[in-house]
Design a protein around this ligand. Sequence first.
Ligand code: ZN
Length: 210
Amino acid sequence: MSLELKMKVAQGMKRLYERDLVSSLGGNLSARTDDGRVFITPSGSPKWELTEEDIVEVDLNGSVLSGKLKPSSELPSHLLIYRERTDVFAVAHAHPPHAVALATAGFLKEPPHVTPEEVLYLRRLSVLEFAPPGIKTAQAISSAVHSSDVIVVKNHGAFSMGKSIEEAIARIEILEEASKIIFMQLLLGRLPMRIPDNLVEEILETYKKT
Ligand SMILES: [Zn+2]
């Protein structure tokens, strides 16, 4: 179980890096077990050579249980989310460039509702003002942790939560995909078009049935 989870955390982080959602030394990914152990990517290790041996195991207070490396510097935000949200089993933090640009420039303030998938996975989205990484970012996130599954911090990046690593990563990917679509509309000289509210309800109803 632990080894499998460590492998999934390392693979997931590599995926975010390979998809240009984070630079080699940026971003972090973690997963939590039912008994309160957290597996998180290390601080300062290049993402392209990450393996399960690099993943650090900590408890919910941040004490290292196993691993040779130092846990990510964003550990306080991951732990805050796990302590506050018992439904969350994975947290991804990346720097999706289009999403960060839109949020920082004031074009992304609420769920943009540009695609059905985004309606479903990003409907609990918050944008926060910049706070320095580490403890200060965790303090900022505490204000939005119960109302959001995706939190974008201006001039920095996004934190996403999920029931699984796959879901947390998908939320980052969908955030960036929706942001690219908004960008392209702006480049075409159009203000982003939203899916009408009555159809948003219909989309949510449709997904509920499947
Ligand atoms: Zn970051």
